[in-house]
Design a protein around this ligand. Structure first.
Ligand SMILES: O=C(O)C(=O)C[C@]1(C(=O)O)C=C[C@@H](O)C=C1
Length: 100
């Protein structure tokens, strides 16, 4: 292959990979939206029954489960843990707002 063909092939592979990335990003966004719908319901339930916005014991179990899932899936468990923390902190913020 000459340089021009190599470059065209590289562009083709890059384009295919970016197409997969776009699809996966869409799945992530839709999955997160569904998760936030569930946590909004949890928030309403917590308001109704006077439960606290956060449940640290539940979070400990979630983190342990997610770390194992990440390891099995070949994802960095430290990253998976940080990602869950980021999401759960946002959920707790929503729950606090609902209780104010
Ligand atoms: O399970 C709950 O009680 C929730 O409020 C949901 C959730 C979560 O986003 O997974 C958020 C906050 C809690 O600290 C624990 C878990």
């Amino acid at each position: 292959m000459n340089d021009a063909e190599d470059s065209a092939r590289a562009q083709e592979i890059l384009s295919d990979l970016r197409h997969s990335i776009d699809n996966l990003d869409a799945i992530l966004v839709h999955t997160l939206a569904e998760r936030f719908k569930c946590t909004q319901e949890v928030g309403r339930l917590k308001v109704t029954f006077g439960l606290p916005p956060a449940d640290p014991a539940r979070e400990t179990r979630q983190i342990a489960r997610l770390e194992k899932l990440a390891e099995d899936a070949g994802l960095d468990p430290v990253f998976a843990k940080k990602f869950l923390r980021f999401i759960v902190d946002e959920v707790i913020r929503h729950h606090q707002q609902m209780q104010d």
